[in-house]
Design a protein around this ligand. Structure first.
Ligand code: SAH
Ligand code: SF4
Ligand code: F3S
Length: 490
């Protein structure tokens, strides 16, 4: 793990007898210092540091939030552990599909049994699930043992909320409906030393009719380009070579800034950062993907030739009902334009099966898009009814057996194509960013190509974080076995 430092703020210099500051992030550093006092007291009494465990249930944006939460906990002096028996357990939840919620409730039941054995234990829940009023009602009523409940808009307040729990001694619940606020400059603990996610925007304005995200993440807010560029420069100075720019719809970045800037314009500036080697981004909404972006990708030496372009369905009729605002033909035409400019691009997608009213003909249109585009991979999902979204109230919900049958056929098709397409670089030399020792083979390391495909090859773990030329010797469906080339000058 690696710490991103904003340590101009020294917790030891904060006057804890003063009233808490009203400005952010000073206020949160004040509460971090308060909690650190509590941590010291805990250590004195128990002869060890209190430890924490976090689990992320959702997407990359949730994972990035968890890195921020972890940064705050470490700043307070807690020790991190991989054990759920920790003194502080924090679940960062997802509610995009019903099974994500079920997993959380399942884990909570288990935590309750652990809490009965460990009197120090504190349990906190945050993220997208807690933005839903029904969830909070349920937690208040039947999950009283959950100590702190907060949402997606106030994760930066973790220290303050924990302090309230410690002093008020009862369940603390604070959920904001929405926010305009973007609090910068809090501690962050990165999972990887050599690559990092970077939020460029929060929220979503698209309201696809099946999707809960706009309701739980609020309206679209873009970070200022200076803040994004400063963060990336700092990351690079700490050894990061690859960044993933994150947003629910990066293609609409910058529209609400005081001085508007397009996503392609932002990429041009990111590209100029010296020492940065690779740039990725997700997710791109097809309706907003501009020719300017295609041009920037074509000219760039750093933007990876990989695009995650969720299609959701191949049927124009269903796409309309989904409120995606493009047709099958427009999607295919966009793919053609991208491929004409960047021929070796690897395309991945998300597909939903069983949206209300989907017929076999609609489903065949989806299969047709899959065959025409030949995605490197596709995340396939069974439609999940989300209360409060327009699609949940639609008639013609499709029978589960029918959906399951379509889902199986789709998955088989996706996998068959993907095994063939992923082998396209076989017997060529490509640059690989080494991510660490191979989990399964002694003496091997694992890395990724620019298009995100995994490569395993003989090497020493000290190569982690470097970019090397590797000969792709053998394709094994979704990954390659390779051999490293001697690097000139070594
Ligand atoms: N902002 C991204 C998607 C975020 S959610 C985009 O627009 O592409 C990730 C994926 O979850 C979506 O692309 C969609 O395929 C899937 N998803 C969202 N809501 C869903 C639902 N109600 N049921 C099933 N899958 C869903
Ligand atoms: Fe959901 Fe659509 Fe927004 Fe993606 S663009 S987060 S699918 S509403
Ligand atoms: Fe899930 Fe929230 Fe991401 S609902 S997919 S964690 S934005």
């Amino acid at each position: 793990m690696s710490r991103e430092m904003y340590n101009e703020i020294d917790l030891a210099k904060i006057n804890l007898n003063a009233e808490p500051p009203t400005e952010e992030p000073a206020r949160q550093y004040y509460f971090m210092a308060k909690c650190r006092e509590w941590v010291r007291e805990f250590e004195r009494k128990n002869g060890r540091l209190p430890c924490f465990f976090t689990q992320t249930f959702g997407c990359q944006m949730n994972a990035r939030d968890s890195e921020k939460l972890t940064g705050i906990l470490l700043q307070m002096g807690f020790a991190e552990t991989e054990e759920e028996t920790a003194d502080f357990v924090l679940y960062n939840t997802c509610t995009v599909r019903e099974n994500a919620n079920q997993r959380v409730y399942g884990r909570l039941g288990y935590l309750n049994t652990l809490k009965k054995k460990n009197p120090h234990m504190m349990i906190a829940l945050c993220g997208c699930m807690t933005q839903e009023p029904e969830t909070v009602e349920k937690l208040k009523k039947s999950y009283r043992f959950v100590d702190v409940i907060f949402g997606t808009h106030n994760i930066f307040k973790l220290a303050e909320l924990m302090w309230r729990r410690l002093t008020e001694n009862r369940q603390v619940v604070e959920i904001w409906k929405d926010t305009e606020q973007i609090v910068e400059e809090l501690p962050v603990e990165r999972k990887f030393p050599f690559k990092s996610g970077v939020n460029i925007m929060f929220g979503c304005n698209n309201f696809c009719s099946y999707c809960i995200v706009p309701y739980v993440r609020g309206r679209e807010r873009s970070r200022k380009p200076e803040d994004i560029l400063d963060e990336i420069r700092r990351l690079v100075s700490e050894g990061v070579v690859e960044v993933m720019l994150l947003g629910q719809n990066v293609n609409s970045y910058g529209k609400n800034l005081d001085t508007p800037l397009t996503f392609a314009g932002l990429l041009r500036q990111v590209e100029c950062i010296e020492g940065l080697r690779r740039v990725r981004f997700m997710t791109s909404h097809p309706k907003d993907l501009s020719d300017e972006l295609i041009q920037v990708m074509k000219e760039s030496g750093k933007i990876c030739h990989h695009l995650h372009l969720p299609v959701q369905s191949g049927s124009s009729r269903i796409l309309k009902a989904m409120n995606r605002r493009y047709t099958k033909e427009q999607y295919l035409e966009l793919v053609d334009r991208i491929r004409a400019a960047v021929p070796d691009i690897s395309l991945t997608t998300d597909i939903i099966v069983g949206f209300p009213g989907e017929t076999e003909e609609d489903f065949q249109e989806t299969m047709d898009v899959v065959r025409k585009v030949e995605f490197d991979s596709a995340f396939t999902f069974i439609y999940s009814k989300r209360t409060g979204t327009p699609a949940a109230a639609m008639e013609d919900q499709v029978e589960p057996e029918v959906v399951k049958d379509r889902f199986d056929r789709l998955l088989a098709q996706v996998q068959q194509i993907s095994a063939r397409v992923c082998a396209r670089d076989l017997h060529t030399v490509r640059e690989v960013l080494v991510e660490g020792p191979d989990d399964h083979m002694e003496g091997y390391v694992t890395g990724r190509l620019g298009n995100n495909t995994l490569v395993h090859f003989p090497g020493d773990p000290s190569l982690t974080g470097t970019i090397l030329p590797v000969y792709l010797e053998e394709s094994r469906g979704f990954y390659y076995m390779g051999s490293p080339l001697p690097v000139a000058g070594t």
